[in-house]
Design a protein around this ligand. Structure first.
Ligand code: CO
Length: 208
């Protein structure tokens, strides 16, 4: 890729925005009021705004390897706290994708150095659902199912936080688990019943 081209693209983009609305960047600079927090994978094929068709200012975005929400990761925990408590988003989305390299790596027995502790969070998801996953004979199907279960468990991690529990109690925030199917471009709602998950985990994780 020609890096210079990126600056060319940027200039053309500014032009196209200003042609439609001369105040576009002026308005953008005034602040943000996003409705959605989107937590997705850093995979270069899985965009955030483009696949959702949202404009700048509409979604607060966090991406990391395999769309994880580890309880001790300061980065994702800060994003969650800021988006929920300060920006007051109404929806938290965890979006995984089929053919996720991070999930595949977690299914293989390879020492990947500093990536090990990160991927271990996905291995923990596998262990939690070992029975269901091991019963799937087809390797690709099992891989796809782990992608889905990983999204579900990251939604559980979202629900463990005090900020989300408080926002649910006081203003009915909703949590969504989605999967992006790279092969078709389709966004799939896993229809995770976060209310019943919250009811189930409340005994242990209740904070607010
Ligand atoms: Co991925």
């Amino acid at each position: 890729m020609n890096i210079e081209q990126i600056f060319e693209n940027n200039r053309a983009w500014i032009q196209s925005k200003l042609e439609l609305d001369p105040e576009y960047f002026n308005n953008l600079s005034k602040g943000q009021n996003p409705e959605i927090l989107y937590i997705g994978c850093a995979d270069s094929r899985v965009t955030a705004e483009e696949l959702m068709g949202v404009k700048p200012g509409e979604a607060f975005i966090h991406r990391n390897i395999a769309n994880m929400v580890p309880n001790t990761d300061l980065s994702v925990m800060s994003v969650l706290e800021y988006a929920v408590t300060h920006l007051r988003v109404n929806h938290v989305v965890v979006c995984g994708h089929y053919f996720c390299g991070g999930v595949l790596a977690a299914m293989q027995s390879t020492d990947l150095g500093i990536l090990n502790p990160w991927l271990r969070n996905i291995r923990d998801v596998y262990r939690l659902h070992q029975k269901e996953l091991n019963a799937i004979e087809d390797d690709t199907r099992r891989y796809m199912r782990l992608v889905e279960l990983n999204v579900q468990e990251q939604c559980v991690n979202v629900l463990k936080t005090a900020a989300v529990q408080r926002a649910y109690r006081t203003r009915g925030i909703t949590v969504h688990g989605w999967v992006f199917d790279i092969e078709s471009g389709r966004l799939i709602d896993l229809e995770i019943d976060f209310r019943s998950i919250l009811d189930k985990i409340r005994e242990i994780y209740h904070l607010d």
